[in-house]
Design a protein around this ligand. Structure first.
Ligand code: FAD
Length: 324
């Protein structure tokens, strides 16, 4: 029996969140005295898959079926179930995403597994029971949940553990895996997918620079874009900013927008309303820049700068450029 990790690909490359999930799975495997196997679905470069070994996977099962190149939660769940049965895996790790949640739910029903999504740390293991923690009520509280079923599917948040970017294990052994996939799984076919832009995706970004109404108007956004470019960051915004069309809607972060979990979230001229915080409270480090020392965001900040963004942003950009 080994801990099985479902990894997501982006154009054949393993997503960063999936490398984090492998490290998370390897930590559980070490506690259980077992090994870690990753499952990769669709066309992928095998040297890329071998890298999973540097993060702790002994083996990668690769389903090189081009029908799986586009997201398909039905077929992915079928492949995951068969991999779990072959490997006799009682613990399955899935990185949280819309797709990950859909795969977890379907595979969980088939495997009669306990499924918890949004886990924020390593489980406490007592005998066969895993006690896990997840955020609830838009991040305002935590729930502790006991997973007592023999099979468990843990859908983990991006920052569930501190990951080692420069992990250096030996390359993983990549094995071809051919699950039997029923035609029913391909009744709806994705023909192609187009990203909205070539920018760094908000859900994958390690650094996000985000702006609120404090920037006063779209004509000032270059200040924020300059800092983002100096830091190699993605850009986000508060809801009113996208409602006003200062920025595109896919940048809107919060309860009604995207939920992000970067290593560093820099909030510029955002007040920190509860609905905005609901989208960012999984960030590892939050930096708030606001001219109002009473702005609610400071209560959730790891670091705060009280001051005018129009003065601070250019100085931060200069400093970031020098550092890089
Ligand atoms: C049902 C519902 C859902 C919602 N969902 C979301 C959501 O998903 N995401 C979201 O963001 N909001 C959401 N909202 C809106 C939310 O309640 C707030 O109104 C919104 O987040 C405020 O945006 P803001 O901080 O950009 O603007 P403001 O509240 O206007 O704050 C601007 C901030 O900029 C600061 N500032 C101004 N000038 C400067 C300067 N020169 N230098 C430094 N600081 C400056 C001010 O001190 C202030 O704190 C939702 C609201 C509702 C009712």
């Amino acid at each position: 029996m080994s801990v099985l990790i479902y990894i997501e690909l982006d154009k054949g490359s393993v997503k960063k969140t999936s490398f984090g999930a492998i490290q998370y799975g390897a930590m559980i495997a070490a506690k259980l005295g077992t090994t870690t196997t990753a499952l990769s679905l669709g066309t992928a470069n095998s040297s890329e898959l071998e890298q999973a070994g540097h993060h702790g996977a002994a083996k990668v099962l690769h389903v090189a079926d081009p029908r799986l190149d586009h997201e398909n939660s039905l077929a992915y769940a079928e492949a995951l179930v068969q991999a779990a049965e072959q490997e006799e895996s009682e613990v399955i790790i899935i990185p949280k995403s819309g797709l990950g949640d859909a795969v977890a739910a379907r595979a969980g029903a088939r495997l009669k597994a306990a499924v918890v999504s949004g886990i924020t740390g390593l489980p406490e293991i007592t005998g066969d029971t895993f006690r896990v923690t997840k955020r609830i009520f838009s991040g305002k509280a935590f729930a502790s949940i006991d997973m007592a079923a023999a099979r468990k599917i843990l859908v983990i948040q991006k920052n569930a553990i501190e990951t080692d970017e420069n992990a250096t294990g030996s390359p993983a052994q990549v094995e071809a895996f051919s699950p039997v996939l029923s035609e029913a799984g391909f009744k709806a076919k994705v023909i192609s997918t187009e990203k909205v832009t070539n920018e760094i995706s908000l859900t994958e970004a390690e650094i996000i620079v985000s702006g609120g109404r404090g920037l006063k108007g779209p004509e000032n956004w270059h200040l924020l874009l300059d800092l983002a470019s100096a830091l190699g960051a993605a850009t986000g915004c508060s809801k009113p900013v996208s409602d006003l069309d200062w920025r595109p809607h896919h940048e809107h972060i919060g309860q009604t927008g995207i939920k992000v979990t970067p290593g560093l979230y820099i909030a510029c001229g955002i007040s920190g309303a509860i609905q905005h915080l609901a989208g960012v409270n999984g960030s590892r480090c939050i930096v708030v820049i606001n001219k109002d020392p009473e702005a609610p965001f400071f209560k959730s900040a790891d670091y705060g700068i009280v001051g005018d963004i129009f003065e601070i942003l250019p100085r931060l950009t200069d400093a970031a450029r020098k550092l890089r």
